[in-house]
Design a protein around this ligand. Sequence first.
Ligand SMILES: [Zn+2]
Length: 361
Amino acid sequence: MVQRSEMANLIDTALWDRTNQALPVRYHDAEIRLAEPVEMEDGIVLVRLPLPFALNHINVYLLDESDGWTLVDCGLDSRTSREAWDSVLRTTRVAGRPIRRIVVTHHHPDHIGLGGWLSKRFDAPMFMTAGELAVAGRYADPKRDVVVERSEFWREHGLPGDVAAWLMERMPRYSRHVHALPEGVQLIDPGKPMSLGGREWCAVIGRGHSPEHLSLFDADDELLLGGDQVLPEITPNIGVWPGGDQNPLRSYLYSLKAFATLGEDPLLLPSHKQPLWGLHSRVDEIRQHHEERLRQVVDSCSEPMTCYQLLNALFGRPLRNEEIGFGLGEGVAHLNFLEGEGIVSSSLDEHGARRFAVRGV
Ligand SMILES: [Zn+2]
């Protein structure tokens, strides 16, 4: 029998116009070290801050306003991250001029975490898209525990009780790494260009990694402050969460189309890893990565299976316990995508677990 995945590309042409003309990925040769500001382009300073995860850093950017700085993203709220900021603010490159304004690309703790702390320290207003502010407010609500809210979702997707209990105890809570947001966060209108650091930036909205992720593009100098939307070497987590987008992989791939044709060959200034040229090729590599994952799921789904049962096939290896929370969200994102495309169907079994099956195989 011909397997469904051999018959066609799983990501269809509405989401992926294949071209072979993109320039290859070339990395910027800047040497980037923690808490040592590096000027990447005239008036754009990259600051690398520590993260206590497998991904051990984030890049944030200071844009030169001559009498101060606009900061794009802030770092996680942790003692080491605050110490890194203290050190950065004393460097000759940065010292003596205040942060005038804070722009946050999206609500994830490594991006927004120290926003409230820096906003208070410099009396600087914070700017975000409405979609990101809504989630940040919901996650930071002390009356809610979004990890507890996930337990029903975990059960539905086949997570064994002992793994769920392990995760419930150890999954980090959002507010632990996010300082209280300032009063009166100002909303960004993505339709309006923004003047920051002497340049005109257009918003390019990404979806699927977070609801209304902000990337900023300077068409004159071909610069892209990419946030997490397009990353070198790694792909942004695309996951389903209760109450969020239930087909985030489709949303992500759809929003990625704008990046595949952005400019001629912009310099991508990403939130993690090394800046690079060859954005359009990198977008293609990310699409290929998801195509391969989708294919692995379809080829492994020989009988009705839960997302948990398909995780090893999806990731090509067993996940460690601490990876399973995000892994399950990512697995369901791939399965919901396939269901949305009519390639798999799902139903609840007698135990209330959702089982996915490839249609017509
Ligand atoms: Zn993120």
